[in-house]
Design a protein around this ligand. Sequence first.
Ligand code: UDP
Length: 261
Amino acid sequence: MTGGLTSFNGIQHCMIAGIHLDNLSEDETLAKIGALIAQGGAHYMAVVNAAKIVSAQNNEQLFGILNSADIVTADGMSVVWASRWLGQPLKERVTGIDMFERLIEYAAAHELSVYFLGAREAVVKTLAELFSARFPQLRLAGFHHGYFDAQENAERVGQIRQSRADLLFVAMGSPAQEKWIAANLQASGVKFALGVGGSFDHLAGFARRAPRWMQSVGLEWLHRLWLEPRRLWRRYLIGNTRFIWLVLKQKLGSTKAKGKS
Ligand code: UDP
């Protein structure tokens, strides 16, 4: 990511609790990714929700990875609300799952090959089949589930490199996927990588996404909490409260300027 905060009218970036977000619409994000791919080299994008911003406060590695990404956008509606309240309004929410679908369509249209890494074997296999059926011209470089240990990592990276994939989608949960991308991006040889959380499960039909109305009023987290209360209560209830506190502190002007140049 480049540049810093600009004026509040037509801002390019917004900063929330030290994390810098790009003020891009979904279409603009896609255009920027296209430009990054054309430019050459290896690039990655990260999406953030309230929980990820909170978790980055105590995780220097995640903090650095987010602020070194080529693009960072808001995965959660609460992040967009916070940006507005802080006077640095983001244009819209640009979620990982929506960008993932847009990029598959883009890849099919631009002859770019894709690799899916993550989720359970049955999920990623179904996903690959579904996308291949939906976009017959899609170049599927390969796929692999996301349950492998450190010893196997070199083999996974080697396989992606050999596949000559252009775009890599990693669905291993956060912060595992962000760390994996940061550590293996160069070696994998891909042009662009995106961490997409639970998207493989949702798009392959193994998990339900919240109804549109819940997404638009910022209650997607409540839907997920309802489905997986044991795993997620801490993330959402404690995470959301801490997020509100962080934003409040920043609003009151006491958050120390931290992060990127
Ligand atoms: N996952 C994985 N390897 C692991 C742990 C999880 O591939 O070691 C996958 C899991 O199967 C699911 C995704 O990572 O597809 C995690 O989704 P989650 O909903 O937790 O994503 P988040 O909420 O962190 O975006």
